[in-house]
Design a binder for this molecule. Structure first.
Ligand code: MN
Length: 420
């Protein structure tokens, strides 16, 4: 077992009962204080910990303090899985309730901040971003709406973890407002296209994983090796303009409907911290190619929800889904991505695709929830939503829980601003 995952551990930092951040989590992020200090951080309960300051007090055996004197996690991730795992174990030791020396170390307390006193920044310099399409229910729903319920899945879907190369520059951290995109739409089949603000702005409930440095160009990563190349995960809202998408996607796929923004939660929860929550995946029929076969439980049970909060109103939860609903797991996605020799680099981000469960309360986009706009959702203020309105805030949350230990992601929250 990974030492820091021991369910019996407790911290000398207070952790409330339903916190996403017990000492068994120890996620990594980048924080900025009110007076402008930026550092690599972790979080226990509602306390954000400046790891650069902790490292300068010589608490770490395996790492140079300077790696935490950074505005991104990339230098830390470049050290690879063996080192980052040891550092997480060492952080666990420092903040373990039985560590009397650390508990009474006055200088160490200067490294602790209340979460409300720091801003969380983009945790990773994302080099390349790939978006998969790996939830069967989502692919089925979209196929039903736009093609034929009897042939909803395209013939390749159960053979290939379908994906496309997205845009890294517009991935933003939770709290960053998202401007409604403008573009071309063809809303009426009998009329020419029009240009203007998107009228079908949607979220996509996804999770993403962040990679360590991969192998050289020309090499591949197997499903067995994949765990060693995945640093951790975050929540991922893959904003989508459905009207732009429907008109532009033939023949080369998603473009401006997708690249205007994707929002992520600020804490990267390590794959190590998620190990206790592994579950079996679905039976894959037809049998997959040998390079996509895998051993052991590679899916993860993570409860997910999406809420919409109209301006000046309380929020409404519009979806409750789970990451375990994926057909293709991360190991298969990474093996497929590299099977042709494509290389991956430290800080690459790979998103799951919209995660929809079998029940309609578990659909991961407004496209599905409102069934192409035919079934509006009631908001607490009496208004209706088919898609996302200006000044709405969309909030996604996620956590894994087993035997009283909860490891969560916090949230990704973004407000939609009108087109300028
Ligand atoms: Mn997507």
């Amino acid at each position: 077992m990974i030492k820091a995952n021991d369910p019996s551990l407790q911290s000398w930092i207070p952790v409330s009962e339903h916190s996403d951040f017990p000492i068994q989590n120890i996620p990594f992020g980048v924080a900025k204080t009110k007076n402008g200090n930026v550092f690599v951080a972790t979080r226990i309960g509602d306390t954000v910990i400046d790891l650069f300051a902790v490292a300068q007090l010589d608490h770490f055996q395996v790492i140079d303090a300077e790696v935490f004197n950074s505005c991104r996690l990339n230098d830390f991730m470049l050290l690879g899985k063996q080192i980052t795992r040891k550092v997480r174990d060492e952080i666990s030791d420092i903040f373990n309730s039985s560590n009397e020396t650390a508990k009474n170390h006055e200088e160490l307390k200067l490294a602790l901040y209340d979460a409300s006193d720091v801003d969380m920044l983009m945790p990773v310099q994302v080099g390349d971003y790939t978006d998969f399409y790996s939830s069967e229910q989502h692919a089925y729903n979209v196929g039903c709406m736009f093609r034929d319920p009897n042939n909803a899945l395209l013939p390749n879907w159960k053979y290939i973890p379908v994906g496309y190369h997205g845009r890294a520059s517009s991935i933003v951290v939770s709290g960053t407002p998202v401007r409604r995109p403008k573009g071309q739409q063809k809303l009426n089949p009998d009329e020419p296209p029009t240009f203007g603000p998107s009228v079908r702005l949607d979220f996509e409930l996804e999770m993403a994983f962040v990679t360590y440095q991969g192998k050289p160009l020309g090499d591949s990563i197997s499903t067995t090796e994949a765990d060693d190349y995945i640093f951790g995960m975050c929540l991922f809202n893959d904003w989508s303009a459905r009207d732009l998408q429907a008109w532009e996607y033939v023949p080369l796929g998603p473009f401006l409907a997708k690249n205007f923004a994707s929002s992520i939660s600020p804490w990267i929860v390590t794959l190590d911290a998620l190990e206790p929550f592994r579950v079996p995946g679905p039976v894959q029929d037809p049998k997959v190619f040998p390079y996509l076969e895998y051993h052991g439980d590679k899916h993860i049970d993570i409860n997910l929800e999406v809420a919409i909060q109209p301006e000046g109103s309380s929020e409404k939860v519009v979806s409750r889904s789970n990451y375990k609903h994926m057909y293709w797991n991360m190991n298969q996605q990474l093996a497929h991505h590299t099977v042709n020799g494509c290389d991956i680099n430290v800080g690459d981000m790979m998103a799951s695709g919209t995660i929809s469960g079998n029940d309609e309360s578990a659909y991961g986009s407004m496209l599905e929830i409102s069934w192409k706009g035919t079934k509006p959702v009631q908001m607490p203020d009496g208004s209706e939503r088919r898609f996302i309105h200006d000044n709405d805030t969309v909030i996604m949350r996620g956590y894994a829980e087993k035997k009283g230990i909860r490891v969560g992601f916090g949230e990704v929250s973004s407000k939609v601003l009108p087109t300028n």
